[in-house]
Every structure is written in C-alpha cells, then in structure tokens.
Design a protein around this ligand. Structure first.
Ligand code: SAM
Length: 220
C-alpha cells in the first residue's frame, strides 16, 4: 500500500536526498504464531470483527526503539496511533509533529488494536470524523502533511507559508497562462507587475475566499 505515495514526487525525492528516513515495518514479522504469522484474534466479549494483538505491536515497537542503539541517552520515538478517536489532524498539529525528530506511526486494522498497547502510545491522531478500513491511508496523509513542513523538503519555503491554514486563512486564488482563457480574464492587477498592489489584492482575496468558503475560520 505504501509504494507510490511514499516513493513518488515530493516524498520520494526527500527520501532519495536523505532529508527524511522513512521505514515500513510489517507486523507479521513480529507475530507470535510461527505457522501462519497471525497478528489478530477474536474480541473478548464476542461481537463482530477481529482485533490486532498487543504482543506483535509491542515487539515491533521494541525492535524499532532498539534501532537507536543502547544506553539511557538514546533517542526515543514519539509513538502515534492513527485512530478515529484521536486528536484531529490540522496544520497546527502537523507543525508540532514536524519539529519531532523521530515519529512511529502505528496503523490499526479490523476493529482496531488491543487497548492494552495504548500504554506505549504517546498520542492518538485522527484524520477526520469518519472511519477508514485501516490506518495505512491515514498514516500516509499524516506523513505527507508533516514531512512537507520539514525544512528542505519543499524547496520554495514561500509556497508553504502561503498555503491555506498557515496564517489562519485559506489561500488566495491562483492563475496561469494564458491571460485570456475561454472568455475569462486573469485579474488585471496580477499582470501589472506592481508588487505591493499584488500583495494587497492577494490578502484581500484570501479574506474574501475564507469568508465565503470557511466563515468559521474568520474570527480567528
Ligand atoms: N472500531 C474502531 C472505532 O470505531 O473507533 C474503528 C476501527 S477502523 C475500521 C480500523 C483502523 O483504521 C483503526 O484502528 C485506525 O488505525 C484506522 N482509522 C480508521 N479511521 C481513522 C481515522 N479517521 N483517522 C485515523 N485512523 C483511522
């Protein structure tokens, strides 16, 4: 599932350039079942669905931690469990995560994980109030959102600073060539070359767009 999003485009380049180090760990490797490499079991109390067992996750976390070497001063990863019950991801949360040097993303599946593993989880994060089949897509959403904030990953830092939510507003509208397309003109100010006026126009547009599309953001 992770091939593609993590090997293409921005993330692929950032990995190839050594700006970020991203590794995928298969829970089945840490299974307690030597025959079928099972990592799930039926829920206590009955009911539909399966639950990811705590032990394979515990072993996987232990192995990942050990990769930092030994000793009390070794770095510790910040462990995030992707869960619909967690704090909802937004640009502010992404900024805070981008300042951490090492994050482990735990993906659930089926009904979720055995609750007892949460003692080893630092935070639960949700990508929104809806339920996906597994934590893989949420993990990729989180990774992409957070990693593009890591210095150097997006070459033109300015483009991040103007993105929606950075300063509480949505982004202003963008236009490219041709200046006249199917009867629609590019706003004249953008062709004027007058830098200050363009900046003023963009700020005003950002406010107008935010009021129209996301009025809830405006008071902030
Ligand atoms: N029974 C769980 C509940 O209602 O809270 C949902 C389990 S869901 C089918 C399986 C896994 O998908 C979860 O353990 C979690 O890792 C992931 N997942 C589903 N929706 C998510 C969301 N909105 N944000 C983050 N992860 C999500």
């Amino acid at each position: 599932m992770f091939d593609g999003p993590l090997t293409e485009s921005l993330m692929g380049r950032a990995r190839a350039n050594g700006l970020i180090d991203l590794r995928i760990h298969d829970l089945r490797v840490f299974s307690t079942d030597p025959r079928h490499f099972k990592v799930d079991d039926r829920p206590y109390g009955g009911g539909a669905g399966m639950v990811l067992q705590a032990e394979p996750i515990y072993r996987a976390l232990k192995r990942v931690r050990a990769s930092a070497g030994r000793g009390r001063k070794r770095p510790k990863p910040y462990v995030v469990y992707l869960s619909p019950q967690g704090r909802v991801l937004n640009q502010k949360v992404a900024h805070a995560l981008s300042r951490r040097s090492w994050i482990v993303l735990l993906c659930g599946h089926y009904e979720g994980v055995d609750e007892r593993i949460l003692r080893w989880v630092d935070e639960e994060i949700s990508i929104g109030d809806y339920v996906l089949t597994g934590g893989e897509l949420p993990a990729m959403v989180l990774a992409d959102t957070v990693l593009r904030l890591v210095p150097g990953v997006v070459k033109e830092r300015e483009s991040i600073q103007k993105d929606s939510f950075q300063d509480g507003l949505l982004d202003y509208p963008h236009f490219t060539r041709p200046a006249l397309w199917r009867g629609q003109k590019v706003p004249a100010v953008l062709l004027s070359g007058h830098h200050e006026e363009i900046q003023r126009w963009r700020k005003k547009q950002a406010l107008a767009v935010t009021s129209r599309k996301r009025p809830d953001l405006v008071p902030k």
